[in-house]
Structures are given as C-alpha cells and as structure tokens.
Ligand binder design. Structure first.
Ligand code: ZN
Length: 588
C-alpha cells in the first residue's frame, strides 16, 4: 500500500517537471517568435531577403551651468573600438601598434574572433573590442588605418568637467547602467546613468532621448546601405540645468578648505538658493574616462574617509552649542523665562550624582540669556532645559525641520535624529531607563540628538527671515515651498541680537568670524561637539551664521570641521574669510 502511494507521488512529480519544461519552452518560443519574427516584420523591406538593422544612437546629456551660465559639466565624445572579422587582415594587422595605444592584446582580438564564429553571420558583424577611448587615441589609430584594417569606431557621449572648481558632491558621477535600470526603464546596455548628485536627482531631465540609424542588411547580416526613413530618428540631447551655485565663490571656498574633513554651505536665505556647497574629502570627477570604472568605484567606497559621502546632506553630527539657539527660541516663545532670567555659573553643575561642566572651568558667574548665547555657557542651558517639558522640546525641534529631510534636490539625504520620550524609552530599555539627567546633554546639542549641516543652515535661514524660509535647492529654477515657524517677532530679534553679540563683542565665542563694520554685519553661533567623553579625539567644530552686507544682500553659512577643535577657532576664521570675499564681490 505504502509502495503504491510513493509510486503515485513520483509519477506526479515527474509530471509536474514535464509541465514546467513545456511551459518554459513555450515561453521561450513565444519570445523568440516575437523578437525575431514579429519585430523584424515591422522593418521588412520589399527588396528580397534584405531586412533593417537598428543601431542605437546615444543622446548627449544636458549641460549643467552655474548661476552665471558658466558651464560646469559639458559633453565630449568618447569612442568604442569595434572589429569586423571579415575585414580583418590578420597577416598584415599591426597588433603592437594597437596594443601601444589602447592596451588591447592580440589574445583579446583572437577571443573576439572566436566568439564571432559562434554567431550566425558573425564574421560580418561589428564586435566590441574596447569602450571609452578618447578622441586623441582614435585620431592616432585612424592615421594608421591601413595597418589596422577591420577596426572601426562608434561614438559615445561622455562628460567633461569644464570649471576650475571640483563640486563632485553636487554634480555627482555617472556609472554604466545597471541591469535593473535596463529592465525597468528605457535604457540600453551601453548607456551611462547619473549615480549621485544632480546627475542622479535630475537624471530624467538630463538624459535625453535615444535615436537610431537604420541599415539595410542582407540575410548574412552584412550591411548593404543606410536606410533613410521618413521620420527623423536623431538622438535628442537632454535638458540643460542651471544651478544656483556660483563657481567663483565655490573655487574660493575649496581653496580655503585643504586637508580638512567636513563641509561648508553658503546660501541665499531669501530664496533657498545654495550658492556654494563643499564636502571634503572629495573625489576628482575628471579622473575617469567615461563612467566611473567599477574597481575605482570600489576603492572609493572602501576609503575610510568616505569621499563619496556628501557631508552636507548625508552625514549626521551632534549639533553642539548651535542647539542653544533653538532651546532659547522655544523658551522665549513659550514664555518659560523672561529674557532677563539669570543663572549662576561656577563651572560645574551638580545634578544628583553627576557633575555637568561648563566649557569655561572657572565659570561665567551670574549670567543672562543674551550673554549665555554670546559666551555659550553650558550651565545656563542645563538649568533652562529643566523648565521645559521634554515632549514640547521634541515637538518644537521637529518643527524646525530637524529629524526630517529638508528636501534639497540632491539624492539620499539623511534625516538625523530628534529623540522623544518613546525613543528614549526604547534606547534605555535595557540599561535601567533614562532620567532628566540625559536631557541636560540635549540642551547643549550632545547626547542622542544628531543633525545634518543642511538642517543647521535651514535653522539659520529661519532666524534671518523671522521664521520663514524656502527649502534649500541647487537647481536655480526649482521652486521650493516655505517652512513657516510662527514664533513672535521678539524671539527672532532676540536671537539675532545674541548672535551679533557672539561675533562682535568681547568674549563672544564667534569673535573670529567678525569683519570690518564698513563691509557689513556678521551674526553667528559656534559649536564644539564632543565625539566621545574622556577621550583624546578632537571635537567637531561648527560655525553657523549670516552676514548682512551694506547693500542689503544677506548670506547664510554653515561650516563644520570634523575633529577640527573648537568652533571659535578654525570654523569662525574661515567664516570671516568667506564673508570678506563675498563683501568684495559686486554681485552674486
Ligand atoms: Zn558657563
């Protein structure tokens, strides 16, 4: 009985396999019929056995300009070397000449010939030898045409970087199209595709539309002549994009930031335009011929300095004392304290069994809010944080755009983190829970909170415009919406006054960022964000602020130097240099 049962089972299994086989074969046959016969039928020509072969023509991508129409990324032609086996004169072919200029070995040619023999009519078909050779190499090889009979070239558009600035994180790089994009979108296997930055974000605009040439081929696949259809099938170049970036300012800023890891963003706070965006270290876009080769890409991905990471949008940091501005705004808006509320700072603040310190070990003495921002007193803000409901703090901080993307038109933006009660409950579930002591760290931008530099400059833009700011963008013609924080006018005025004091008054932590008052007024706040406690690693240094020029123009800035020490030092000094430079420029 049991034998019979298993016998039936075996039979039904083999039947299932048979059905799968037949089904698969039917699908393959159908696909073959559709591709080889039906598709060809479309182009079938009256003339006997001739049919049409379609050769795809690749469109040049759109050009990317800076705000003054200086081209940043243009196109240059690159070439593929192909070989038609039938035309190759193997006895007189100058293999060493070809190797010298292209690195193509005789072996590679032999294996291409070998492959062609397995294809129907393969000896008449152009077979690919090498991609992405430049114009000069092509010109040299063409001069020796008679020694290289059987070689020919087809053109592929590629990028050329025409400005003196680097801008690699804004512009982005290109890669050979992946299988997913070929299957999901309208791409061909030789296409290149934007893989980061503007090239990726605006891929649809930039890529253009393929064209094709039609050739009459005989039944062996030999091209007889070009076929001229009535319709025009030329490729259509992609749309151009004008960025809000000023390449001159960008170049100046890049020269200031040598051998540092970090970022600088300069914006026009009145409209959300990003004037300059630097993320360091960067990589050299011009070092690749054609799309970035996979081995070079792998090396950059593995680099511990993360040159591919856009540190403005894709890297999160503790905001440090910059967050004191935010706590002040919330406290004033919610009438938690009057502006003349004072705290005694003697350098140490004992909270239960933990000693919290001011950066100034001697203490600031009795201090009010304006001076606490100006001198960046920690102990003032430890005290203030305890007067605010934690849920209110989280809610208000989120309103300013922290914890979510700013929506800048660059790919893969990070959100950072604004902790709330639920988060803290989860984070400290296995370590005895959390207490108010943990919140004191948040008041000075340490602890669980993390932000991106683009979120910090958005905070500055909101302060400049009394609570209204356009979301940041790098495409000059991209209209963005406004973020709106309906705080009282007094709140914004007080913040501005404090930031002015931090830059322009003695003992202001941002004193190094000041410029001559003949040129304009600088407002700012520094931050020095510890990356570990009781360790020798230098903290990250922040400067965030803005300048009001005499002619009415305003620019906001955010500078972050990873492990750059105090924000009052290098970041503030760089801010001053940039403000001076901008004030000398007539217009941006
Ligand atoms: Zn203090």
């Amino acid at each position: 009985m049991s034998f019979k049962k298993s016998h039936i089972l075996i039979l039904s299994r083999s039947q299932i396999i048979l059905v799968i086989y037949i089904f698969t074969a039917l699908i393959i046959l159908y696909r073959y019929f559709f591709l080889q016969i039906v598709d060809n039928e479309k182009y079938k020509i009256q003339a006997g056995n001739n049919s049409l072969r379609k050769i795809v023509l690749y469109p040049p991508r759109g050009i990317i300009y800076d705000r003054n129409f200086i081209p940043l990324v243009d196109n240059k032609p690159l070439y593929e070397i192909k070989i038609i086996p039938e035309d190759l004169d193997r006895t007189n072919f100058n293999y060493s000449l070809l190797y010298r200029h292209t690195g193509i070995l005789k072996n590679s040619i032999d294996s291409v010939l070998h492959r062609s023999r397995k294809i129907l009519g393969g000896q008449f078909k152009p077979m690919l030898l090498k991609r992405y050779i430049d114009f000069d190499t092509k010109a040299i090889l063409e001069e020796s045409k008679l020694d290289l009979k059987g070689l020919y070239f087809t053109e592929l558009p590629a990028r050329v970087y025409t400005s003196a600035c680097n801008l690699s994180h804004t512009l982005g790089y290109l890669r050979q199209v992946d299988q997913y994009s070929i299957e999901s979108y309208d791409y061909h296997s030789d296409d290149i595709i934007g893989f980061s930055g503007v090239e990726k974000f605006y891929e649809k605009k930039l890529k253009g539309i393929h064209g094709f040439d039609l050739f009459l081929v005989d039944r062996l696949g030999v091209i007889q002549s070009k076929y001229e259809p009535e319709e025009n099938y030329s490729p259509i170049q992609g749309e151009d994009i004008v960025l809000s970036i000023d390449s001159k300012i960008q170049e100046f800023i890049e020269d200031l930031f040598i051998n540092e890891n970090g970022s600088i963003i300069l914006m026009d706070p009145s409209n959300g335009e990003v004037i300059s965006l630097l993320s360091s270290p960067y990589y050299n876009l011009d070092s690749f011929v054609g799309p970035i080769p996979i081995n070079a890409w792998n090396q950059l991905v593995k680099d511990k300095n993360k040159p591919f990471t856009n540190r403005v949008t894709q890297q999160t940091y503790p905001p440090g004392s910059i967050f004191k501005l935010l706590l002040s705004a919330i406290a004033l808006e919610k009438n938690i304290i009057p502006t003349d509320w004072k705290v005694e700072c003697n350098g140490i603040y004992q909270f239960h069994d933990t000693a919290f310190r001011c950066w100034n070990a001697e203490g600031h003495g009795e201090i009010g809010l304006l001076d606490a921002i100006k001198s960046s007193c920690n102990i003032y803000f430890y005290n203030l944080m305890q007067k605010i409901d934690f849920s209110d703090w989280s809610h208000e901080v989120n309103k300013f755009g922290f914890g979510s993307m700013t929506g800048i038109d660059l790919p893969q933006e990070k959100t950072g983190l604004v902790p709330d009660k639920a988060y803290m409950n989860r984070a400290y579930k296995n370590s005895g829970g959390w207490s108010k002591g943990h919140l004191l760290n948040l008041s000075i931008g340490q602890g669980e909170v993390s932000v991106t530099p683009i979120q910090i400059i958005q905070l500055i833009n909101l302060i400049v415009n009394d609570g209204q700011a356009f979301y940041p963008h790098v495409n000059l013609n991209q209209n963005t919406e406004k973020i709106n924080i309906a705080y009282k006018a007094d709140v914004w005025n007080f913040l501005k006054k404090s930031m002015y004091a931090a830059v322009n008054y003695n003992e202001g932590t941002a004193y190094n960022a000041r410029i001559s008052s003949d040129l304009g007024s600088v407002f700012g706040k520094t931050g020095t964000a510890q990356v570990c406690s009781n360790c020798d690693i230098l903290p990250h240094g922040w400067f965030a602020g803005f300048i009001e020029l005499k002619d009415g123009r305003t620019y906001s800035i955010c500078i972050l130097i990873e492990n750059g020490g105090k924000g009052s030092d290098k970041p503030s000094k760089i801010a001053s240099k940039i403000f001076n430079y901008i004030s000398e420029m007539k217009d941006v």
